[in-house]
Design a protein around this ligand. Structure first.
Ligand code: PBG
Length: 327
């Protein structure tokens, strides 16, 4: 006699709907968008089908469409002309910086949107590294003041959430202090807490032409073999005043997401990165996978593992599918 039959709880859509343990809503998604200077630009990114670099005029339209679908938070990344890059990433806080102008403009047009920035030297650095380089080394403490200048300029422009993605030690505390001293006590920080030295950032570096000019990022980004080290980073970020902790990438690091969710009281975010997007899109193009099912399954799994918030290039498409009732 079999008294326990788990299948009874799967017997109809009504029962399945009733017992479903997790559900992902569009309000949990952050949409990363790429910005270029100029007008009327919508430049496709070869390794990220469906994703573009936008000039501000067209980005405003894209944001409007997303907002109508319920996507409210956008993570902005600038693609900077090579001629504007230097060792100290000075363009990152230059008053004429198109990225800072865009933040102002988007907040003016859509005050109810939530904007997140990226704080790291790489899009502005002639070395293509996240930190300041001297004699082939990435210098932690010389990087901090540059990150703080960049953060202050973004806060002044009206950014809601600062996103330090550089993995320098002590940067969350350093940035928090500088923001507070300047009166930006309401500007949040979402720290890239456990950012791994991953192969899955490739398409993003194509999108921004931001690949390192020498070496790799292993002296600052985490070793994919490590899990407990993420706890140490999380403790420090928490003590230094982070408002959110992020794990990046997402799919290969679901255990890390789960661990931080269990151990921390802060909201946990996961970055479903460019390579993860590209893999699924490529398989879908070849008809090797059923995209409409695989994509929401991927996002749901990241959420189920413990991510309260997901940064994903699928955000708009997910919201469209939700709006037309297919998921
Ligand atoms: C830069 C940065 C990277 C990403 C976000 N911010 C790339 C890197 O560290 O090389 C990756 C995002 C993605 O792959 O989608 N500091």
């Amino acid at each position: 006699m079999m008294t326990e039959r788990p299948r009874r709880n799967r017997k109809s859509a009504a029962v399945r709907n009733m017992i479903r343990e997790t559900g992902l809503s569009v309000s949990k998604l952050i949409f990363p968008v790429f910005l270029v200077d100029g007008k009327n630009q919508q430049i496709p990114i070869a390794s990220m089908p469906g994703i573009h670099r936008w000039s501000l005029d067209l980005l405003l339209k894209e944001i409007e469409e997303c907002m109508k679908l319920g996507v409210q938070t956008f993570d902005l990344f600038p693609a900077v002309d090579e001629s504007l890059k230097d060792k100290e990433a000075t363009y990152s806080y230059h008053p004429d910086n198109f990225y800072l102008k865009a933040i102002r403009e988007i907040k003016k047009e859509f005050p109810e949107s939530c904007l997140m920035s990226d704080v790291a030297l790489d899009p502005y650095s002639s070395d293509g590294h996240d930190g300041y380089v001297e004699n082939g080394k990435i210098l932690n403490d010389k990087t901090l003041p540059i990150l703080a200048k960049m953060s202050l300029a973004q806060a002044e422009a009206g950014i809601d959430i600062i996103g330090p993605s550089d993995m320098m030690d002590g940067r969350v505390g350093y940035i928090r202090e500088e923001l507070d001293e300047a009166g930006f006590t309401e500007t949040s920080i979402m720290s890239y807490t456990a950012k791994y030295a991953s192969a899955f950032y490739g398409p993003f570096r194509d999108a921004l032409d931001s690949a390192p000019k020498f070496g790799d990022k292993k002296t600052y980004q985490m070793d994919p073999a490590n899990k407990r080290e993420a706890l140490r980073e999380a403790e420090l970020d928490t003590l230094e005043g982070a408002d959110f902790l992020m794990v990046k990438p997402a799919l290969c690091y679901l255990d890390v997401i789960h661990m931080l969710k269990e151990k921390s009281a802060l909201p946990i975010a996961a970055y479903n990165v460019s390579g993860e997007y590209a893999m699924l899109k490529a398989a879908a193009e070849k008809n090797w996978i059923q995209y409409e099912r695989a994509m929401p399954e991927m996002l749901l799994s990241i959420h189920r593992a413990g991510a309260d918030i997901i940064l994903t290039y699928f955000a708009k498409e997910f919201a469209q599918m939700r709006a037309n009732g297919s998921i």
